[in-house]
Design a protein around this ligand. Structure first.
Ligand code: BGC
Length: 445
């Protein structure tokens, strides 16, 4: 039987941190514009405490149990340098995410191609300047940094800093004088247009939650009232923030918004003028997250059911993921979702066909896993990633305790790993990528 986090606990935590809205309240007052299908609103059965039977791995020390980091790669949040101590905590430790640079380039290219295709209507006030605003998720998160860089690179607005593209928010830059970006140019049909990042900001709310959809909705209100028809494009580091800006302003004003994640609501909105999004192949990532644990628990090669078919026929082809052995990291590959292919992506919670065959419980005995989602209200993780995990945990015979964090403090999550001895394996989504030691120190005790 699957166990879920106690909704009441989360509700209390959210109230304490001034978040309104618990359970299924989708009023939009939660931090990330959650669609409500998250750890806080799934059936409540278990608090993640130590009240159940012991792990079946018996005498295995916690420090030797399989561990997977996912979605937030252990790394220095200022420099991006990988935390190899955390990534190689034991022989069965891995990271699962997606190729942030490949996806970021795709997002930039998707926007550029849209401009080229719609050049006749894109410059709304006809001043020869194509203006865009940019919603930044978390200035210390690799994915967010890569996406900001990818957009700036393709728009020609990038400026170098310390050997890489500057990813700092500019605040407001209507006159083109900001130092973190420059004016770019784009040539279409023999005419040269200026491209300007009119404004950008990290969407962090007053309680500290990042990638905050409500903050993005407010920001577009401010930006549009101060420089309305100068805004020709909205770029967002993710769909949660993108959809909030789309619903608040860009849909009515017919300004294309581009996001990332291919959440179902964003894909559906493409029919109503949302410019496009990027699928980070969450279906493949969720599978890999649990698959590396399953393989370690079965004592088989880590490639089983990944690059090599397992006994049920599950296997991934190398056009959907890559493995970097030095980084001990699996990266899913990204796909652009736009007007002409969005119909293929309408359900972001659909599992990936090539890895959808049930494992036999006789040869893959049920195991207990502790798994946390850093922020139970994160739009992508709650509406796309967790439903996929819940589908794969059945297929892979894993009993998972899903713990939903508050998105702000590591202690809110770590405190709920009171009895690691109860579990056979761990799947961790940190609040801050620098904080791996908060978890590994607990497992080392
Ligand atoms: C997603 C964001 C999400 C973040 C959480 C990113 O990969 O694109 O939507 O908020 O992960 O860590």
């Amino acid at each position: 039987m699957k166990k879920k986090v106690l909704a009441a606990f989360l509700c209390a935590a959210m109230t304490a941190s001034l978040f309104a809205g618990c359970g299924n309240d989708n009023s939009g007052s939660d931090s990330n514009g959650s669609t409500g299908n998250d750890a806080s609103s799934t059936e409540a059965e278990n608090s993640g405490g130590g009240d159940e039977q012991e792990a079946s791995s018996g005498t295995t020390a916690n420090k030797d149990k399989p561990l997977v980091w996912f979605n937030r790669q252990p790394s220095n949040s200022s420099t991006g340098e990988l935390d190899m101590a955390a990534l190689s905590f034991n022989d069965n430790t891995y990271y699962v995410g997606f190729d942030a640079n490949q996806g970021a380039e795709l997002q930039g290219t998707m926007i550029k191609e849209y401009i080229e295709k719609n050049i006749d209507s894109i410059d709304r006030n006809g001043d020869g300047v194509i203006g865009y605003v940019l919603a930044i998720g978390d200035i210390g998160h690799n994915d967010s940094i890569a996406r900001t860089r990818g957009v700036r690179k393709e728009m020609g607005t990038a400026v170098e800093a310390d050997g890489d593209i500057n990813s700092d928010p500019v605040g407001t830059n209507t006159d083109g004088s900001a130092s973190a970006v420059q004016d770019g140019t784009i040539e279409v049909g023999g005419k040269t247009y200026t491209v300007r990042e009119l404004a950008s900001q990290e969407m962090k709310n007053s309680a500290g939650a990042t990638w905050d959809a409500a903050t993005a909705g407010n920001a577009i209100g401010t930006w549009s009232s101060s420089f309305g028809d100068q805004i020709d494009i909205i770029a967002s580091n993710n769909d949660g923030m993108g959809m909030s800006m789309f619903n608040a302003w860009s849909k009515d004003n017919k300004v294309p918004t581009f996001g990332y994640d291919a959440n179902s609501d964003a894909v559906a909105a493409i029919a109503e003028g949302y410019g496009g999004t990027i699928s980070q192949h969450a279906d493949v990532q969720a599978y890999l997250t649990l698959r590396v644990l399953r393989n370690a628990l079965d004592g088989v090669d880590v490639d089983t059911g990944i690059g090599t078919a397992d006994d049920a026929g599950n296997v991934l082809s190398d056009d959907v993921y890559k493995y970097n052995a030095d980084e001990r990291s699996y990266y899913a590959l990204n796909v652009a979702v736009v007007g002409d292919n969005y119909q293929d992506f309408t359900d972001s919670t659909k599992i990936y066909d090539p890895v959808s065959s049930q494992l036999d419980e006789g040869s893959h005995a049920r195991k207990k896993v502790w798994l946390d989602i850093y922020n139970a209200s994160d739009n992508f993780l709650s509406s796309t990633y967790q439903p996929l995990l819940e589908a794969y945990d059945d297929i892979l015979n894993l009993d998972i305790d899903y713990i939903g964090g508050d998105g702000q403090t590591e202690s809110n999550i770590v405190n709920r790993l009171g009895n690691p001895g109860q579990y056979d394996a761990f799947a961790i989504n940190m609040v801050k990528t620098d904080n791996a030691a908060s978890y590994t120190s607990l497992l080392s005790q």
